[in-house]
Design a protein around this ligand. Structure first.
Ligand SMILES: Cc1cc2nc3c(=O)[nH]c(=O)nc-3n(C[C@H](O)[C@H](O)[C@H](O)COP(=O)(O)OP(=O)(O)OC[C@H]3O[C@@H](n4cnc5c(N)ncnc54)[C@H](O)[C@@H]3O)c2cc1C
Length: 446
């Protein structure tokens, strides 16, 4: 009998809401062409696209817990064009041309995910609702207007400015200030259902996923990587590290990213009266313009999910920081402040999960040391759709094909490393403190 992960159902409302039986773990040695470590959206999409490109490839996914255990089964389910932080930040860091390129990649990712859901009939409560970016202070409203103007100067289409009256008509909060960013080509979904639907598709294609199978060590040697797991060793020509916020646990990538936690609260299903007080007939995904944003949406059964407001940085070593009672309490207060009609709403769930942050908060995909090992990391809180397109990009890197995807500027880019040891954690702490200070100074929610 393989060990069965027992705590996954407590890791998010989504992961606990439907029955799930873990698949087999690896018992014995295995030889494959491509071993994929991690069964989140990155690993699952990579496996799907590799198998589609060459069905004769022997592929195996190794997952330390269960499919969707990481960020992919815990996120807020926004399929959106955000990539990295915001366009102005990307333009400052990489230049305007690359900021435009990044947006187009993310927009392509949203469309790809929508198409995959349709084509493969992935049952994940997908709704193509559009996305609203709102401001809750005059200062952030000014910044939001500048951001929309920049996007238009970059020649990007699909992002519209809607006036305040139109915003309030859609989602009614007394805290909203000024016009809003309105972007129709985005959606919301149930991420754990999506992860498990990927398992169904891969099971059908004969691509094995070994759950409860942590990779303990990776020995790299030309053309023959050896991955040690508790009950067997996998020998692979190529390895994909789709381990996201856990990636620093591999010594080869120890300083390239740090885990950062974001937290979510969920209400009971809203009554008709509570819903009427907000409007929200279009069920759009909403984010505010704070540095440490709030993100919120309705679920299929009309609960209000809100996450963000602060981040957790852990202790710079372990991964056990999924709970933050203090952040959850502040999020509950924020819901009541943003939507006074929900002052008596009851809350049913709270959870958190780690995202992967590089020092410049932008994704990075590439070869680790040799062309035999590919990594992907740094999607921060914006990976639901991009990870799906990243699966195609990683496919091309594994197959050593030069394509428009491998040409994208954040593939094989030079990453600024975090200082090693505790210093990396201290740097992340300083960045978070600055963002908290700015929000306290500039936003009514403090
Ligand atoms: C609370 C929260 C809210 C978010 N909201 C949104 C949102 O609304 N929209 C959006 O676009 N993005 C959001 N994100 C980010 C998004 O979820 C991630 O970018 C995306 O899911 C990352 O997918 P992934 O497959 O790369 O990583 P993950 O889903 O984290 O998968 C990594 C997997 O690797 C496994 N693993 C790690 N180490 C090993 C090992 N040694 N051996 C075997 N397996 C291992 C882990 O168990 C895990 O299952 C959110 C994230 C969080 C945490």
């Amino acid at each position: 009998m393989h060990a069965v992960s027992t705590d996954f159902a407590t890791k998010s409302f989504w992961l606990g809401n439907d029955e799930y039986t873990a698949g087999p773990s690896l018992e014995g040695d295995l030889e494959v062409d491509v071993a994929i470590v991690g069964a989140g959206f990155t690993g699952l999409s990579t496996a799907f696209h590799l198998h589609k490109a060459d069905p004769s490839l022997r592929i195996a996914i190794l997952e330390s817990e269960v499919v969707g255990y990481g960020a992919s089964g815990r996120n807020a389910g926004f399929s959106m064009t955000k990539i990295g932080m915001m366009h102005s930040f990307t333009a400052t860091r990489f230049g305007k041309t690359k900021a435009r390129e990044a947006h187009l990649y993310a927009d392509r990712a949203v469309t790809l995910l929508k198409d995959l859901i349709e084509e493969l009939d992935l049952d994940c409560d997908y709704e193509h609702t559009g996305f609203l970016w709102v401001a809750t202070s005059e200062k952030y409203s000014k910044r939001l207007l500048k951001e929309i103007a920049l996007v238009h100067r970059l020649g990007l289409t699909g992002v519209n400015l809607i006036e305040h009256a139109d915003l309030i008509e859609r989602v009614n909060s007394p805290l909203y200030k000024g016009p809003a960013w309105w972007e129709p080509n985005t959606g919301i979904l149930n991420p754990a259902k999506l992860s498990r639907e990927w398992r169904r598709v891969l099971d059908g294609a004969g691509v094995p996923i070994y759950e409860n199978t942590p990779v303990l060590t990776m020995d790299m040697a030309a053309g023959r990587q050896r991955l040690r797991t508790p009950h067997g060793t996998v020998t692979a020509n190529k390895v994909v590290l789709a381990t996201n916020a856990w990636t620093h646990e591999f010594p080869q990538l120890a300083t390239k990213q740090v885990p950062v936690w974001t937290y979510i609260v969920l209400t009971e299903p809203l009554t008709d009266e509570q819903l009427d007080s907000i409007g929200w007939r279009g069920r759009e995904g909403v984010e505010d313009f704070r540095d440490l944003v709030h993100y919120y949406r309705l679920t299929a059964d009309n609960r209000l999910l809100m996450g963000g407001r602060d981040v957790g940085l852990g202790d710079g070593k372990g991964m056990g920081f999924d709970d933050s009672p203090q952040t959850w309490e502040r999020l509950r207060d924020d819901i009541r402040a943003i939507f006074p009609g929900l002052r008596d709403v009851r809350f049913s769930h709270a959870w958190g999960g780690p995202v992967s942050a590089t020092l410049d908060m932008f994704p990075a995909i590439g070869y680790a040391g040799s062309k035999d090992v590919v990594y992907s990391m740094g999607c921060v809180g914006h990976g639901v759709s991009t990870t799906h397109l990243n699966g195609q990009t990683i496919r091309d890197l594994v197959l050593e094909r030069d394509t428009d995807l491998t040409d994208v500027f954040f593939v094989n880019r030079k990453l600024i490393p975090f200082p090693p040891g505790g210093l990396g954690h201290a740097v992340a702490g300083q960045i978070a403190n600055f963002l908290r200070w700015e929000d306290r100074r500039l936003d009514v929610l403090g």
